[in-house]
Design a protein around this ligand. Sequence first.
Ligand SMILES: *Cc1c(COP(=O)(O)O)cnc(C)c1O
Length: 369
Amino acid sequence: MTQSNVFVTQPFLPSLDEFQPYLEEIWANKILTNGGPFHQRLEAALCEYLGVPNVALFSNGTLALITALQSLRITGEVLTTPYSFVATAHSLTWHGNRPVFVDVDPVTLNMDPSRVEAAITPQTTAIMPVHCYGNPCDVDAIQAIADRYNLRVIYDAAHAFGVQCHCGSVLNHGDLSVLSFHATKVFNTFEGGAIVCHDPKTKQRIDRLKNFGFVDEVTVVAPGINAKMSEINAAFGLLQLKHMPEILSRRGAIDAAYREGLAGIEGIRCLPTSGQKLSNHAYFPILVEPGYPLDRDGLYQRLKDHGIFSRRYFYPLISDFPMYRGLPSAQRSNLPVAAAAADRVLCLPIYPALTAEDQQRVIALIRGA
Ligand SMILES: *Cc1c(COP(=O)(O)O)cnc(C)c1O
């Protein structure tokens, strides 16, 4: 019996027929980039869909993070989490900031607010937390600390597209929130990203920075970068947005089936979708704990041997990569909770086209180990 390989994610692709009219419009307009009509329509549509006041589109999430730092003129040290994709800390390095790693909460695996104050120094100017797996950070506690120490808050919200917390979109918290629309994310534009901000003046500054700092044909006001989203990507995003209800309902059903199928297995812990009114089911992380017959890498290998390619997000910790591990805050003794999670976590396949049969294969392999 041959069974096809199953990967942790697979992008949702609308039919080519559906995309054709969008392409024809671009060919007719002959506007390929620089804030063209699809770019404007996608920004407006995302403001409405997400429930946020301003969206500035980007060519990818990493350049959006770097530009977010530049727009607020962040200097010195920035508190962040080691338990994330490496772009979180890399964006700080590219902007000339020093990342200072703060340990995470054992339940949510998000930055632990009770550990933030001890990491603040006179050089600290900002906090960059991550809504890991789309689970909202403790935004109120983080804001209270930021207010007390006069720090800016930039959320890496790459996992949090469409997530709602107790008071509406989680993207409205902090000074800025940054999204990624990479192919592996819940909502994708092949490559892409965005910054969500509160006021039109900040959006104007961000829009200039992503276009070399140009204000008009002859005026450049800042050393900006080229991080503009093209019309093809924006058009694809507009089409993808139409399919979000079916994408989210499929993801929600898969999430529920895992929770049911994995319930009661000794040593397997599913992360709660905590503190959300609306989840995006972006990831399905489990923790392989000591009661389970295999360790995490053993289960990872067992699944792989059967053509199931789960991923160890997030392992290694960012703080264990060579360019960061020399920092005082990168020492594992400073990050015991993140270190334990990195050694135990496994993200299981979750995407709209995942079949019930394949999902049951995954569950059976975990049950039968
Ligand atoms: C995907 C991701 C990014 C980077 O986004 P790109 O669009 O790939 O540049 C940054 N942070 C986190 C947490 C991510 O998951």
